[in-house]
Design a protein around this ligand. Structure first.
Ligand SMILES: Cc1ncc(COP(=O)(O)O)c(C=O)c1O
Length: 370
C-alpha cells in the first residue's frame, strides 16, 4: 500500500472536541452516575421513537435483556429470533432462561422473513424479536399483524438502526419495546450504552430493573440489576444525537453512490424494501464467487471490509445442537447463504468523494474473475 492507498477503515467512531468537552463538563460537575444528563438524553432520544418513553442502560445487550425481563419472559417461553444477527440478540433470550427459536431471513433485506416467523410459532411462543439488521427495518407491518393474531409480544432489536423507519414510523415505535446500542461503531455512540423505548408503564418496570428494583433508595420493589448508564456516557450520547440526522443523510448518500457506481457482475448491491428508510449502519454486498479472495484484494487496495456475521448464531457453540437433544433442527437456507456471501464495505459519514471513488474502483476491479 502506498501513501495514496491509505486504509479506508470499515468504521470510524467519532470522538471530537465536543464529545470530550461534554465528558469533562460532567466529570467536573461531580454528578457522574445516572443523573441529569441521563434524564436529558432519555427525553431527547424519545423524539427518535415517536415520543415513546426511553430508559437508558449500559449497553444494547442490557436493553434487550431488561426488556425481556420486563415482559416477564422466562423458562418455558420461546422467542423467535433471526439466526443471522449478532449473538447478543439470542443471548438476551437465553439470559432470561427462555428458549431461542430461529427463523430464516428474507434474501433481499437480510431481516426476518414473516412467513418463516409464522411457521415457527408453537403453543410456547411468547415473543418475536425482529432485528433491523444493517440499518434496514424488518417487515414490521407484517410481523406486528402476526403478533396480534397470535397474541405475542414484539421486542425490536434496533441496535443497528437508529432513525430507520418503515412507512414513516420509526423503528423502536412498533413493538412492545425497542432496543438501541451506543457501542462506538454504531451510527451514534456513548462509548458504551443502550436505550429501551416502551410505553410509560413498561418504562417504570425497566427503571426498577436497571437499578436493583429501586425507585426510592433502599425501598426495593422487585429484584433488579445494576445496568445504569453513567452521566459521562449520556453527555457524549447527547452530543452525538445532535449530529445523527446529518450523519444518517451522509450514510444514505454514500450508499446511493456506491449502489449507482458498483457494476461488477458478481457483486450484488443491497436493496431497500418499499417504504423503508434504510440508515446503512452497514453497506453489505453479496459476493458470488470466492469471497476470501475478494476480501483479500479489497484489503490489498486499502479498502476496509468485514463479514457480519460469518457464523450464524445457530451454529455458535452455545446454540449448536447437532445431536438434536432439544428435538429441533434448524432449516435456514437463506441464513446460511447470507453468512457465506456477505461483505460489508465502508459507508460511514467520514468518507470523502475520493474515498468513495476508490471503493467503487476496487470493487469494480474484482470484475468477473471471482
Ligand atoms: C443486532 C445487535 N443486537 C445487539 C447488540 C448489542 O449491543 P451492545 O454491544 O451495545 O451490547 C448489537 C451490537 O453490538 C447488535 O449489532
Amino acid at each position: 500500500m502506498s501513501d495514496a492507498q491509505e486504509l479506508i477503515p470499515a468504521a470510524k467512531p467519532v470522538i471530537d472536541e465536543q464529545e470530550i468537552e461534554a465528558a469533562v463538563r460532567v466529570l467536573r460537575s461531580g454528578r457522574v452516575v445516572q443523573g441529569p444528563e441521563v434524564a436529558a438524553f432519555e427525553e431527547e432520544f424519545s423524539e427518535l421513537v415517536d415520543g415513546r418513553t426511553c430508559v437508558a442502560v449500559n449497553s444494547g445487550t442490557s436493553a434487550l435483556h431488561l426488556m425481556l425481563m420486563a415482559l416477564g419472559l422466562g423458562p418455558g417461553d420461546e422467542v423467535i429470533v433471526p439466526s443471522f444477527s449478532f449473538a447478543a440478540s439470542a443471548n438476551a433470550v437465553r439470559l432470561v432462561g427462555a428458549d431461542v427459536v430461529f427463523a430464516d431471513i428474507d434474501a433481499d433485506t437480510f431481516c426476518l422473513d414473516p412467513a418463516a416467523v409464522e411457521a415457527a410459532i408453537t403453543p410456547r411462543t411468547a415473543a418475536i424479536m425482529p432485528v433491523h439488521l444493517y440499518g434496514h427495518p424488518a417487515a414490521m407491518d407484517r410481523i406486528m399483524a402476526i403478533a396480534e393474531k397470535h397474541a405475542l409480544a414484539v421486542v425490536e432489536d434496533a441496535c443497528q438502526a437508529h432513525a430507520a423507519a418503515l412507512n414513516g414510523t420509526p423503528v423502536g415505535a412498533f413493538g412492545n419495546g425497542g432496543t438501541f446500542s451506543f457501542y462506538p461503531t454504531k451510527n451514534m455512540h456513548s462509548l458504551e450504552g443502550g436505550m429501551v423505548s416502551a410505553d410509560a408503564e413498561t418504562a417504570r418496570v425497566l427503571r426498577l430493573l436497571r437499578n436493583q428494583g429501586m425507585e426510592q433508595r433502599y425501598a426495593n420493589e422487585i429484584v433488579g440489576a445494576n445496568v445504569r448508564m453513567t452521566d459521562v456516557s449520556a453527555a457524549i450520547g447527547r452530543v452525538q444525537l445532535t449530529k445523527l440526522a446529518g450523519w444518517t443523510e451522509r450514510r444514505i448518500a454514500n450508499a446511493a453512490h456506491l449502489t449507482e457506481h458498483i457494476t461488477a457482475p458478481n457483486v450484488i448491491t443491497p436493496k431497500a424494501a418499499e417504504g423503508v428508510r434504510h440508515v446503512y449502519h452497514q453497506y453489505t454486498v453479496r459476493i458470488r464467487g470466492d469471497r476470501d479472495a475478494a476480501m483479500a484484494r479489497l484489503t490489498e487496495a486499502g479498502i476496509g471490509n468485514a463479514v457480519y456475521y460469518p457464523t450464524p448464531i445457530h451454529r455458535l457453540k452455545p446454540y449448536w445442537d447437532p445431536d438434536q437433544k432439544a428435538g429441533r433442527t434448524w432449516d435456514l437456507p437463506e441464513t446460511e447463504r447470507a453468512a457465506a456471501e456477505v461483505v460489508s464495505l465502508p459507508v460511514h459519514p467520514a468518507l470523502t468523494q475520493p474515498d468513495l471513488d476508490r471503493i467503487v474502483a476496487a470493487v469494480n476491479q474484482l470484475g468477473e474473475e471471482l
